[in-house]
Ligand binder design. Structure first.
Ligand SMILES: Nc1nc2c(ncn2[C@@H]2O[C@H](COP(=O)(O)OP(=O)(O)OP(=O)(O)O)[C@@H](O)[C@H]2O)c(=O)[nH]1
Length: 365
């Protein structure tokens, strides 16, 4: 069985961008645009002022590789390739600056640019690993072992200050990054809650009329492409006003919820159940012909008839009337809904607790 790669919450988070946030590819492109000329400048300085034969070609190579990474992103649009390439390049570059003490050792100060960049452009886990590895590398470089391997001209007090300051910066970057990710998560959750509230009915949790219409339009587009007919069921609780008047609005609301729950239980996953109005519901049955829709409507009607709400000394039962309409070639959504409404009217006229097709309207009129 093929294994699907599990996504960490962090990976999922990086796929969403909060308004105003700088996209990672854009940031990398800007950093590349700044770093490439800087590297050329330092290569020129090393060449003319220090007569260093190794550093200028190496810095120029980094400038070229960073530009190639940007070019590859432009050609492939692969964000992960661009991000991985950039992290690898700056990690090697900063290591080189520290180990070979470029610019008499002062270039090591550029190391402070590493933690904020790496935390911003990668996942938290990668940022922690890269920074912990970098700090461990610096500690080794500044230890007697480092002195044996590299000839780095750093004084003892500079080494100590550098380790403490870098550790402080990395910790601060980690804390700020965690806070940024948490607030981004909070905003995304808020946006999801708003979206859910805009699409659903607060009382029943069903799709609201707007969302129901949107789904209907989507299904209508599919029908026009593949020609597979779909059906709608428009239903209304019978004599609902009496329930309110006799038992109060609170019980009326409970009945609306009960019918909604029964509808959800009886319908398939692909169907859309929407609260269409006060005690009116719309069920959208994709790729369902007239006969099948009629059977389904009857099954729903019987299930609702069989369910009840327990009251103090009795139970409250409800029935629904259903109008069924199936798409016809060339007709609009409005016309389809109008036919379902006429069928519902016919079901009411025929004595309620009935399911009617559109054609039955003529009989009932
Ligand atoms: N409790 C409650 N009542 C609602 C809600 N929305 C609409 N209603 C009531 O639902 C009733 C609808 O009644 P009518 O449209 O007259 O129809 P009916 O009594 O169901 O009769 P028929 O449809 O002819 O079977 C009205 O009294 C509305 O006030 C709601 O969210 N909660």
């Amino acid at each position: 069985m093929p294994q699907t790669k599990r996504k960490t919450p962090d990976t999922k988070l990086s796929q969403f961008r909060v308004k105003g946030e700088i996209p990672v590819p854009v940031l990398i492109n800007w950093l590349t645009a700044c770093a490439a000329p800087l590297l050329v400048f330092f290569a020129w300085r090393s060449d003319t002022m220090q007569n260093d034969p190794i550093t200028p070609p190496l810095l120029l190579t980094f400038a070229v590789l960073l530009s190639v990474n940007a070019l590859l992103y432009w050609l492939t649009s692969s964000k992960s390739l661009q991000r991985r390439g950039f992290i690898a390049l700056i990690t090697v570059l900063f290591t080189y600056l520290a180990v070979y003490a470029v610019e008499d050792g002062s270039a090591i100060l550029w190391l402070f640019a590493y933690p904020p960049i790496v935390f911003y452009i990668s996942e938290s886990r990668v940022g922690v690993t890269a920074c912990a590895g970098g700090l461990a590398g610096i500690v080794v470089l500044f230890s007697p072992l480092g002195d044996l391997i590299f000839d780095a001209p750093y004084s003892t007090s500079f080494r100590l200050t550098m380790i403490i300051a870098l550790a402080f910066e990395m910790t601060t970057c980690y804390i700020l990054d965690q806070s940024r990710r948490r607030s981004k998560l909070g905003l995304l959750k808020l946006a999801a809650d708003f979206e859910h509230a805009a699409k659903h009915d607060a009382l029943t949790g069903l799709a609201n009329r707007r969302e129901g219409l949107e789904q209907l339009e989507g299904e209508y587009d599919r029908y026009q492409r593949n020609g597979r007919a779909f059906s709608v069921l428009l239903m209304d609780i019978d004599l609902f006003k009496q329930v309110n008047d006799t038992h109060g609005h609170h019980i009326g609301d409970q009945l609306i919820i009960l019918v909604a729950r029964t509808l959800r239980e009886q319908c398939r996953k692909v169907d859309t159940v929407a609260r269409w109005g006060g005690e009116e519901y719309l069920v959208l049955l994709p790729e369902t012909g007239e006969n099948e829709a009629f059977k389904m409507a009857n099954r729903i009607r019987l299930a609702i008839e069989a369910s009840s709400i327990p009251l103090d000394d009795q139970t409250l039962q409800a029935t629904i009337s259903v109008g069924v309409a199936t798409t016809r070639e060339g007709e609009s959504i409005d016309r389809l809904l109008q036919r379902a409404d006429e069928a519902l009217y016919a079901a009411k006229k025929a004595g309620r607790n009935q399911v009617c097709h559109y054609g039955d309207a003529d009989n009932a009129a």
